[in-house]
Design a protein around this ligand. Structure first.
Ligand SMILES: Cc1ncc(COP(=O)(O)O)c(C=O)c1O
Length: 410
C-alpha cells in the first residue's frame, strides 16, 4: 500500500544551501534574505511594493490596523474560508459580516451588495484554492457605494472608499488578466505557510497596489516599521558599525510580525524555480481534470477562465448528489488506502466561535452545499504519475462504493 501525504513542502538541495547560507552568515532574523525575498516577490508579481511578515494572519491584522479598522466597523468576509480571514477582523474589535459564496467557492458579489452599509470599511474576498474572486464586480460595487463610505482616519480619508483586501493566501502563482498579480485589489496578501505553493515554513507577503496618493516607497517604509513594533531601525541596521548606528525611535504602536531571514531563505530558493514548480502542479491538476471529467459523479474545480488561470493550490473535487455523512464515509474509505485527503473548509458559521456569535449555517446554503460534497486531493510537484493513478483509483473506488450503497445513479 502506498502512503501519500496531503501537502508536504518542496525541500531540495537548493533550499538546504540557501538556509545553510543564512545559518552560517551570523544573521538569522530579518535582514538580507528578507530584503532579497521582498525584491524577488516584487519582480515576480509586478507589485509596487512587498513587505514580508511572519504569516498571512499577522499581515492581514497589520493592514486592517493600518487602515484604522476598529470597534463599530464592519468588514465583509465570505462564509467559506479559513477562520483566519474573519479572526483578524475580530482582533481589531470590528464585526465580520459573513456572505455566502458561489458555485466556484468565491464570495458572491450580489450578496455583498445587500450588506454594504455606512459601517463597511473593508471587503476581503478570498481566492480559494488559487481561483480568484470576481474582482470586477467587487470593484464596481465599491465605486457605486462610495457615497456611503464614512472615513474615520487619515488613511481612510486618503482612500475615500471601501478598501479591497484580497485574501490571496492560496493564489501566489495564479495568473489574473495575463499577470501574476491581482491589480484589481488595493492590498494583496499571500500566505507562505508550510502547505502553500511557495513556503517560508510560516510567513506571508503583503503586496500594495494603492492609488497614487499613497506614495509607494513611503508606505512601504512605514509598513516595515509598523511590522517591527513601530521601531525606526531593524536589528540588522542597528547592528551595523558606525557612529550612532544603535540609535532608534518608536514612532507608532506597531506589531512584531517581521519574517526571519532563515525562513525567507526557504522561499527564496523556491521562488528561483517557481515557474518549474508551478508547471509540476499544473501537471497534477491536469491529470486529475482528465481522469475525473470521465466520471459522471464528479465536478472538477475551475482551472482556466476568461480572466485567470488557477495557481493550482487545491484540487477541490465535488461529488454530485451526496450528503455530508456520505462525503465523510468516502474520505474514511480513501484514507484506508494510505491517501491523505482533506476538506477546505468547514464554513465559518459551523464553527463554535461563530455559532456563539449568532451565525447560522442555514443562512449560507451555498457554503454548506459546497462544503458537504467537497474533497480536496493532494497537489504538489513531488507526485509521480503512478501516485496520481493510485490516488484517482482510490477516490473513484471509494465514491462508487458509497454511491452503490446509497443507490445513487447518474
Ligand atoms: C484562505 C486562507 N486565509 C488565510 C490563511 C492564514 O494563513 P497563515 O497560516 O499564513 O496565517 C489561510 C491558511 O491556510 C487560508 O487558507
Amino acid at each position: 500500500m502506498k502512503s501519500i501525504p496531503f501537502s508536504p513542502p518542496f525541500i531540495d538541495e537548493d533550499v538546504y544551501a540557501e538556509v545553510k547560507e543564512s545559518l552560517s552568515s551570523g544573521w538569522i532574523t530579518s535582514g538580507p534574505k528578507v530584503k532579497a525575498l521582498e525584491e524577488a516577490v516584487e519582480k515576480y508579481t509586478g507589485a509596487a511594493a512587498c513587505i514580508c511578515v511572519n504569516s498571512w494572519t499577522s499581515g492581514a491584522l497589520l493592514m486592517l490596523k493600518w487602515f484604522g479598522v476598529g470597534p463599530g466597523d464592519e468588514v465583509i468576509v465570505p462564509a467559506y474560508t479559513y477562520s483566519a480571514t474573519a479572526l483578524t477582523v475580530l482582533h481589531c474589535g470590528a464585526t465580520p459580516v459573513l456572505v455566502d459564496v458561489k458555485d466556484d467557492f468565491t464570495i458572491d458579489p450580489k450578496k455583498i451588495a445587500q450588506v454594504i452599509t455606512e459601517k463597511t470599511k473593508v471587503i476581503m474576498p478570498v481566492d480559494i484554492g488559487g481561483w480568484l474572486a470576481d474582482y470586477d464586480s467587487i470593484k464596481a460595487l465599491v465605486a457605486n457605494k462610495k457615497h456611503l463610505f464614512k472615513p474615520a482616519t487619515d488613511v481612510q480619508k486618503k482612500l475615500g472608499r471601501i478598501l479591497v483586501l484580497a485574501d490571496a493566501a492560496h493564489s501566489f502563482g495564479s495568473i489574473y488578466k495575463g499577470r501574476h498579480f491581482n491589480f484589481d485589489a488595493d492590498i494583496v496578501i499571500y500566505s507562505f505557510h508550510a502547505v502553500k505553493n511557495l513556503t517560508t515554513a510560516e510567513g506571508g507577503a503583503i503586496c500594495i497596489n494603492l492609488p497614487e496618493v499613497f506614495e509607494v516607497q513611503e508606505t512601504k517604509k512605514y509598513l516595515k516599521i509598523f511590522s517591527l513594533n513601530g521601531q525606526t531601525k531593524d536589528a540588522f541596521t542597528k547592528s551595523q558599525s558606525g557612529p550612532g548606528a544603535w540609535k532608534y525611535d518608536i514612532i507608532a504602536l506597531g506589531h512584531k510580525v517581521n519574517m526571519p531571514d532563515v525562513c525567507a531563505a526557504i522561499g527564496l530558493a523556491q521562488l528561483k524555480k517557481y515557474d518549474q514548480l508551478q508547471q509540476e502542479r499544473k501537471r497534477v491538476f491536469e491529470y486529475y481534470l482528465k481522469y475525473f471529467s470521465d466520471k459522471k459523479w464528479a465536478i472538477n474545480p475551475p482551472y482556466t477562465g476568461e480572466n485567470q488561470t488557477s495557481s493550482c493550490h487545491l484540487y477541490m473535487l465535488i461529488i454530485k448528489g451526496i450528503a455530508e455523512n456520505q462525503r465523510d464515509k468516502i474520505m474514511d474509505e480513501i484514507s484506508k488506502t494510505g491517501v491523505s485527503v482533506n476538506v477546505h473548509f468547514i464554513p465559518l458559521p459551523m464553527l463554535t466561535l461563530f455559532k456563539k456569535m449568532g451565525f447560522d449555517i442555514e443562512n449560507f446554503p451555498k457554503a454548506y452545499d459546497n462544503y458537504s460534497r467537497e474533497i480536496s486531493l493532494p497537489v504538489y510537484p513531488q507526485l509521480s504519475d503512478s501516485d496520481l493513478e493510485y490516488i484517482c483509483h482510490s477516490v473513484s473506488d471509494a465514491v462508487e462504493k458509497e454511491l452503490t450503497l446509497g443507490k445513487t445513479s447518474f
